[in-house]
Design a protein around this ligand. Structure first.
Ligand code: NAD
Ligand code: DAU
Length: 369
């Protein structure tokens, strides 16, 4: 069977961590694709992450990349983009993504992850009708499956059992995507992946937070005793997996994506500490970064362990993770060391000024919640 050829993509959430890496991957790997990046630019969306992409592939470059400021929950905005750009493929990354924030304030998670996904699905259904030569790819998380004990791994058949407001909202969005396939015949695929790491991750997530705190000599907060296990997946491996599923995944099918990187949190933190020390960047006043480790109160409802059984994507589509965790983590530490300006900008709101410089102040932040 011939593979699907995505040509005109709408990537939602492309100014965020994984979406931005995916845009880079697709533009570099496939000279024929054109991409529209629809992003609301919440605190987690940073056009500074795509400045070189904009220069090379934007309207002043080869015109294969176009940024569109907007909300996935804005039906008219999405419908207009689908029509104006002749979109044949939607890759849906946009979401509120941080578990701790969802515990503090769940509502934006339901609005964007559930209602936003619903509106996006409806816009696609209405734009595409019963066309089969289109795709809606939904990027989801292993957290929908809940928590594992010391043994076993999530398969695509594992029952949904989400613990946090974030994972409950992602579970809801997965169900909506599947329902739009079964009920309306929308050609969808879904991936559920484990914890990503790599360049351009907002420094609220464990790995970039710990790297920056090491460099700044701040405490490294480890929830509970640091025994919780995550299966770390390099973002480049994840982007290759989504690309593969888009082209060759069976419509209506879910693929789990894992990194073969199961590691307890405390061990990840120690690996980062050792790398920063090895680079000669141990902050003044401590013998080693490990001295900054601080055990703090546990996250409520903290899932103990995630592990992914990715046999389906490996056997059907020939995908497997290629980046070794120690090597990928080392490269990630070096990336953050070399990109302190980006870190300062995304934490300070500087990127909003960058946006206005690039696009002019047209009230574009008014959609921000
Ligand atoms: P992120 O928080 O870095 O980026 C999210 C992006 O979505 C931001 O650019 C933000 O501005 C945008 N956005 C938020 N609300 C929007 C809205 N209403 N309309 C348009 N844009 C909006 O997230 P990420 O870590 O890159 O995650 C991307 C996707 O992958 C999410 O769906 C997440 O659930 C999923 N995922 C992430 C991981 C991970 O480890 N980071 C793992 C598994 C799955
Ligand atoms: O598993 C996929 C999920 O991975 C994605 O769906 C989410 O979008 C993404 O945020 C991530 O969720 P986690 O909660 O696992 O990631 P986080 O980086 O927040 O935390 C990783 C682990 O580290 C987790 O067990 C909690 C712990 N932790 C986290 C922070 C921020 C700490 O011990 N200290 C911290 O300061």
């Amino acid at each position: 069977m011939p593979e699907f050829e995505p040509r005109r993509l709408l990537v939602t959430g492309g100014a965020g961590f994984i979406g931005g890496n995916f845009i880079r991957h697709m533009l570099a790997a496939h000279p024929d694709v054109r991409i529209v990046n629809l992003d609301l630019l919440t605190y987690a969306g940073n056009l500074a992450s795509l400045a070189d992409v904009e220069a090379t592939h934007g309207p002043r470059g080869d015109n294969r990349y176009h940024f569109l400021h907007g909300d996935i929950a804005d039906f008219g905005r999405v419908a207009g983009a689908l029509a104006a750009h002749g979109i044949d493929t939607v890759v849906h990354f946009a979401a509120e993504s941080h578990v701790d924030r969802s515990i503090l304030g769940p509502e934006p998670f339901v609005i964007t992850n559930v209602l936003g996904t619903l509106r996006l699905l409806e816009a696609c259904r209405q734009a595409w009708g019963d066309r089969g030569d289109v795709r809606f790819h939904h990027v989801s998380t292993d957290e929908v499956y809940g928590s594992l004990g010391p043994e076993g791994a999530f398969t695509e058949e594992t029952a949904y059992d989400p613990s946090s407001p974030y994972s409950a909202s992602k579970a809801s969005s997965d169900h909506l995507v599947r329902a739009w396939h079964r009920t309306y015949g929308l050609p969808v695929t879904v991936t559920n992946c484990s914890n990503n790491y790599g360049p351009y991750q907002f420094p609220e997530k464990l790995i970039p937070l710990v790297i920056l705190n090491c460099l700044e000599g701040k405490p490294l907060p480890v929830y509970g005793r640091g025994a919780n296990v995550r299966d770390w997946l390099h973002v480049e491996d994840h982007c290759r997996a989504v690309d593969r599923v888009l082209r060759a995944g069976r419509v209506g099918t879910t693929y789990n994506v894992g990194g073969e990187g199961e590691t307890p949190n405390l061990r990840i933190v120690e690996m980062i500490c050792d790398r920063v020390d090895a680079l000669g960047l141990t902050p003044a006043g401590v013998a080693s970064c490990r001295g900054l480790i601080t055990f703090v109160a546990d996250r409520p409802g903290h899932d103990f362990r995630y592990a992914i059984d990715f046999r389906r994507i490996r056997s059907e589509l020939g995908w497997a993770p290629a980046v070794d965790l120690a090597e990928g983590l080392g490269r990630t530490v070096e990336w953050y060391v070399a990109h302190r300006d980006w870190c300062a900008a995304v934490r300070s709101g500087e990127y909003r000024r960058y946006y206005e410089e690039q696009y002019g102040n047209r009230g574009i932040m008014s959609g921000d919640r």
